[in-house]
Design a protein around this ligand. Structure first.
Ligand code: ADE
Length: 276
């Protein structure tokens, strides 16, 4: 199974005309799908990640994938663990696009390991990227633009609500982001800011995730345990993100939307078999 590379949307074309977005990790996987749909809807998009050469080739590939104003897609190098780089990402976006209406915190990373084999360096690295880095991004967007002008933030987390065996560091970090989302939703509501989370299940197939796992077997093995009896697509995540960013969700904040075809209600642990 491969994801659809063509941008599509159930939303009205130009819905986001005049809007600007930052999508961290916007050049690959789910982030790329979100970037494509935002561009399709007329949004200007700044994608960001650690490696400038990969960002450039991702931007070139997205530009080839469908028709849109090519200057609507820009990229900036940013390691979200470094607060000065996060501030630079915000400032660069304001310089290039004039404003930041939307922030999609999609960058993240982890490695599969039983907790007994995770050392302090590995644990801290995953917390720093997924939780602290997301906080830096929210805070810098607030300080440098949204505090005065309002805005909308979507945090991409993961379906870790019953724990995440084999990914304990990431589960703890993503649960932290879920809680952070709710605190910021209340604190920043007076500034006209909405902030929500989406939690894609491990059943969302993307070429990037399959490459990271080294095969698509881990996806196919899940199908019997997904009530929908199929994998989800990147487009099924980006549609929810666009909905949350849109005026259709103007009274929704501090919410978390699971995108998993009912998988978390049925069976959650796909990586970890209890020994014995
Ligand atoms: N993707 C994975 N780790 C990241 C980081 N530290 N900064 C930006 N994007 C990332």
């Amino acid at each position: 199974m491969t994801s659809i590379s063509r941008a599509t949307s159930v939303f009205r074309k130009n819905l986001f005309q005049g809007k600007t977005a930052i999508v961290t990790g916007g050049g690959t996987g789910i982030g790329k799908g979100i970037t494509q749909e935002l561009l399709y809807l007329g949004c200007k998009v700044m994608i960001a990640s650690r490696k400038i050469d990969k960002l450039k080739s991702a931007a070139d590939e997205i530009k080839r994938s469908f028709d849109f104003e090519s200057e609507n897609l820009q990229f900036v190098e940013c390691n979200i663990r470094k607060e000065d780089q996060v501030k630079n990402m915000m400032q660069t976006t304001i310089e290039r696009f004039g404003k930041i209406d939307f922030l999609v915190n999609n960058s993240g990373g982890q490695f599969y390991s039983p907790a007994s084999n995770i050392n302090s360096k590995g644990f801290n690295a995953v917390i720093e990227t997924n939780l602290v880095g997301t906080f830096y991004c929210c805070k810098a967007a607030y300080d440098l633009y949204m505090k005065e002008n309002g805005g909308c933030i979507v945090n991409i987390i993961a379906n870790m609500f019953n724990g995440w065996p084999g990914m304990s560091h990431s589960g703890a970090a993503r649960a932290g982001v879920d809680n952070l989302t709710k605190s910021l939703a209340v604190e920043w509501a007076p500034n006209g800011i909405r902030i929500n989370s989406v939690a894609p299940g491990s059943s969302i197939f993307s070429d990037t995730a399959a490459a990271n796992y080294g095969s698509s077997e881990i996806f196919d093995n899940q199908i019997p345990r997904i009530p929908a009896k199929r994998l989800g697509t990147v487009e099924e995540v980006s549609g929810v993100v666009c909905y949350l960013l849109s005026p259709a969700a103007s009274f929704i904040t501090g919410e978390t939307v699971r995108i998993d075809g009912g998988q978390s209600l049925y069976s959650t642990s796909i990586l970890w078999e209890v020994p014995g």
